[in-house]
Design a protein. Structure first.
Ligand SMILES: Cc1cc2nc3c(=O)[nH]c(=O)nc-3n(C[C@H](O)[C@H](O)[C@H](O)COP(=O)(O)OP(=O)(O)OC[C@H]3O[C@@H](n4cnc5c(N)ncnc54)[C@H](O)[C@@H]3O)c2cc1C
Length: 392
């Protein structure tokens, strides 16, 4: 069967879904979302979905500030639920990151983020169960928290569908046909879609979509391990998100008495995987290491126990920031890939930025130019105030 659409979006993760929603709210409803599996079946469904605002570049700080507004008012702005839970966000850093941290906090306050620098003693006042002797200082964001990634994505998709967007699950894109250097048709296992515009929002498969039009992007896919520990009854109260840059792990509460633990160590980049075929488990060694870091930071959790674990994957770019741009030389092709392990929290802003880019072109002075396709060839990657990695 032949289909036509003004715009085809490849991938129904949180990125593609937010773009679909944002196009539809701007009146572009002849949009088709193609998803080879099911909604949120990629990295999104496995996401820890932490919404911290601590970014060390002004563009990402502004994006996360804007995105938090959406998460906080999700029912009104989008409809449905994002499952946003405000816990506050604590971070602790070693001595060598202290100067950068102070500069980042000052920049963030300028862009309207509710954050402050705090001493180790103040960290313990906010969360008395923490060990702080090896921390030099930290930051506190009372408004941050975490959300439900599947609910968020389904809500974007539901609202987009209500406005006319079509979503085809179980539909795998196998090719993109160009005519005279312009997008003409998207080929799938379920038929062809004529369209002048296609958006690659395929996450860890984003380079494979790009390769369909003979474009290469520097994407690395690596495993990201997650463990859950059960807090003991005597220390079961919920804790804030805690990003521990000494032990290199982050923690957030999950449900009533579990703590989710993920790694902040860029060494995970060495654990490269194929997102279609990889080990979804967590090794015994990683489990011991990660849970050990939790009990180091929260000694009172020592009488709790390991609950479960799994692995997802990150789509990492060389500067740990995505490409949000039109693809040079191919009329009608756009890209929103390479979120490098922190794309969930940015998705509301990314949807807005991509919709504006497609409808109005790249406006001078917009933040989106920082995420341009050509920045790697130009040797102008995005640089934050810390070393590269998840700190952004
Ligand atoms: C374990 C884990 C923890 C994380 N924690 C956080 C966090 O705390 N905070 C945060 O902000 N971010 C976090 N992230 C990162 C965040 O989840 C991702 O950046 C974000 O979900 C990426 O969304 P996406 O839509 O770009 O990609 P995906 O969710 O991977 O979606 C891409 C979709 O494209 C589809 N697709 C691929 N190829 C094709 C094809 N040929 N045809 C049709 N469809 C196709 C896939 O099936 C997939 O559903 C985490 C990620 C993981 C894995």
């Amino acid at each position: 069967m032949a289909h036509t659409a003004d715009i085809v979006i490849i991938g129904a993760g949180v990125t593609g879904s937010s773009i679909a929603f944002n196009l539809a709210t701007r009146g572009i409803t002849n949009v088709v979302v193609l998803e080879k599996n099911f909604i949120a079946s990629g990295a999104t469904g496995k996401s820890s979905a932490c919404i911290r605002q601590h970014y060390s570049t002004e563009v990402t700080a502004r994006m996360v500030r804007r995105s938090l507004d959406v998460f906080e008012n999700f029912g009104d702005v989008v409809g449905g639920s994002a499952g946003f839970t405000r816990t506050g966000y604590l971070m602790g850093v070693p001595e060598q990151d202290l100067d950068a941290l102070k500069k980042v906090v000052a920049m963030q306050r300028r862009v309207g983020i509710n954050t402050c620098f705090i001493s180790p003693e103040e960290i313990r006042e906010i969360e008395p169960r923490t060990r702080v002797e090896d921390l030099a200082g930290g930051a506190w964001e009372p408004d941050s928290g975490y959300a439900d990634p599947s609910d968020t994505t389904s809500s974007f998709i539901r609202r987009a569908r209500q406005m006319g967007v079509q979503v085809h699950q179980g539909t795998e894109v196998t090719g993109i046909q160009l005519v005279g250097g312009a997008v003409a048709e998207v080929v799938t296992n379920k038929g062809r879609f004529s369209t002048p515009t296609v958006i690659d929002a395929a996450g860890a498969w984003g380079d494979r979509i790009a390769a369909m039009v003979e474009v290469a992007i520097p994407l690395t896919v690596c495993r990201h391990n997650i463990c859950f520990v059960k807090r003991p009854a005597e220390a079961a109260d919920r804790h804030p998100l805690f990003y521990d840059f000494v032990s290199q792990v982050y923690t957030r509460p999950e449900g009533a008495d579990l703590t989710l633990v993920g790694s902040l160590d860029p060494i995970e980049l060495n654990d490269r995987v194929d997102p279609d075929h990889y080990d979804h488990g967590v090794s015994y060694d990683r489990t011991v290491e990660m849970t050990g870091h939790v009990t180091h930071r929260f000694p009172r959790f020592e009488t709790g126990y390991f609950h479960s674990g799994y692995s997802g994957f990150f789509d990492v770019m060389p500067d740990w920031h995505p490409i949000l741009d039109a693809v040079p030389g191919i009329s009608g092709m756009y890209m929103a890939v390479g979120f490098s392990g922190h794309g969930f929290k940015l998705a509301p802003a990314v949807g807005e930025m991509m919709a504006e880019l497609i409808l109005n072109g790249k406006q001078p002075e917009t933040d989106i130019d920082a995420f341009r396709f050509t920045r790697f060839a130009e040797e102008q990657p995005i640089r934050g105030m810390y070393d590269e990695g998840l700190m952004g």
